[in-house]
Design a protein around this ligand. Structure first.
Ligand code: 5GP
Length: 116
């Protein structure tokens, strides 16, 4: 059985429109459709091989490092350089798309809070 492509693969393939703010050979970044902060960007590896950050860290740590670096660059550009980086991991933690992605949140976040 072939799995259907994730929603993020469909964005990579331009089957679904998105507000893309960065793209390289390995990574794409676009604004979240339901932002939880003034700046809310998703940084997504183009490969759909890894469902979550644990799998990505084990399978391709360099790609994880790339995601962090892209997150910093986007925060520099759009959020004054400071940001919250979230990888929801598992359904009970709020993960809904099982194609690993980082949430970059910034701009007017409250101090001392963890939840969005
Ligand atoms: P998760 O809950 O898996 O950590 O995050 C998935 C995120 O993807 C959610 O914040 C959701 O708003 C976002 N999302 C889901 N579908 C789309 C879409 O079609 N376009 C964009 N730009 N974001 C999406």
């Amino acid at each position: 059985m072939t799995e259907s492509p994730s929603i993020f693969t469909r964005i990579v393939d331009r089957e679904i429109p998105a507000d893309i703010v960065f793209e390289s050979d390995d990574v794409i970044a676009f604004r979240d459709i339901a932002p939880k902060a003034p700046v809310h960007i998703l940084v997504v590896p183009k490969t759909a091989e890894y469902a979550n950050v644990t799998e990505l860290a084990a399978g391709d740590p360099a790609l994880l490092a790339t995601i962090v670096s892209v997150a910093q660059n986007l925060a520099d550009e759009y959020a004054g350089g400071e940001y919250r980086l979230i990888f929801n991991t598992g359904q009970a933690a709020g993960q809904t798309v099982f194609h690993v992605h980082a949430h970059v949140l910034g701009g007017g976040l409250e101090e001392g809070t963890l939840a969005q």
